[in-house]
Design a protein around this ligand. Structure first.
Ligand code: ATP
Length: 315
């Protein structure tokens, strides 16, 4: 049985709007999700035992059953118990390049990679839509991570409509190493503060969702109008995270002042990104923001938007 190494890209949110909450406890969302080239490498190797064993080079990542990569193995074992017994246990090695608890779907993309990897290792022949149905059981962002690119995500984030891929732009990511934001905290706080404006009627939800589908940002993406893409970035969660975390607000302001296409917090933060026309502009933006905030705790990544989801890197 082959070993596989998969590339598992991170995502940023070009758009995140909270419409309401749902009977299943999740929020009703409209998002525009975008893959980036910053990616973890996930190796799956048969280990000749009955156990799943996790290894990771980042001590912030849990190595127990709470890891999304581990949960993906359990999901596949439950779905295909006989095949799982025949093939035996797997060693999963996560080479973590994506910052943890950063709003970049680092855990979700690892879960997605394990689903794709096991599909290959066990020769299951599952299609992308079949893998995405399984992925939705692991988490709202996991189906997107499988296919990647640029997509409108609705429902709790698992219903996807791909848009033309935007892979020509560059992005600078910045995050304080010691700062992380809990996704659950961000959504709960948003609900406490803005819950009275939530939409509940299903027709109203549909109409709000279709306004985004036919809205200005999607139009700008379709026409690769980078200036308007930069101007139309939006994230409702900034309303709670920026006020609770002043350094994140300061970082956001610093990006705004140095001249990029646009800047926004990704997901529930605390990563802030700046969209740029070229690698040169991205490197310059990074230098200027580092000068404006000379804090050694602040880390930067320069990367490109990508059209790739989970891909086999080697086998
Ligand atoms: P999202 O954008 O999907 O909300 P995130 O990028 O904000 O996620 P993650 O990097 O997925 O955050 O980390 C959130 C928490 O998930 C971490 O604090 C960690 O305990 C847990 N976790 C579980 N599996 C993983 C994994 N494979 N990689 C990183 N974190 C993981």
């Amino acid at each position: 049985m082959n070993s596989y190494t998969l590339s598992a890209p991170a995502k940023i949110n070009l758009y995140l709007e909270i419409i309401g909450d749902r009977p299943d406890g999740y929020h009703e969302l409209v998002m525009i999700l975008q893959s980036i080239e910053l990616a973890d490498l996930i190796e799956l190797r048969p280990n000749g035992t009955e156990q799943t064993r996790l290894h990771c080079n980042n001590p912030q990542v849990p190595l127990d059953a709470s890891n999304l990569a581990y949960k993906a193995v359990v999901l596949m074992q439950e779905k295909f118990p006989k095949i799982a017994t025949n093939y035996g246990g797997i060693d999963i090695t996560i080479d973590k390049k994506i910052p943890v608890a950063a709003g970049l779907a680092g855990g979700s993309t690892n879960g997605a990679a394990v689903l794709v990897g096991i599909n290959l290792m066990w020769e299951l022949g599952l299609t992308v839509p079949q893998l995405q149905t399984l992925a939705a059981k692991l988490g709202s962002d996991v189906p997107f991570c499988i296919s990647g690119g640029t997509a409108i995500a609705t429902g709790r984030g698992e219903q996807l409509d791909p848009i033309i891929d935007l892979d020509n732009l560059w992005v600078v990511l910045a995050k304080y190493r010691s700062l992380s934001v809990s996704t659950a905290w961000a959504y709960n706080t948003y609900k406490q503060q803005f819950g009275n404006s939530y939409i509940f009627d299903s027709e109203d939800v549909k109409s709000r969702t279709s306004q985004v589908h036919s809205g200005a940002l999607v139009d700008a993406i379709v026409h690769k109008d980078s200036v308007n893409i930069g101007k139309l970035l939006h994230n409702d969660l900034e309303k709670v995270v920026l006020s609770a975390y002043p350094p994140v607000a300061q970082l956001r302001k610093a990006f705004q002042q140095v001249g990029c296409l646009g800047t926004m917090m990704s997901g529930s933060g605390p990563t802030v990104f700046a969209l740029c026309e070229s690698r040169e502009q991205a490197e310059l933006v990074k230098v200027k923001v580092r000068e404006a905030i000379p804090d050694p705790d602040l880390e930067f990544w320069v990367t490109q938007l990508s059209s790739a989801g989970i891909q086999v890197a080697s086998y």
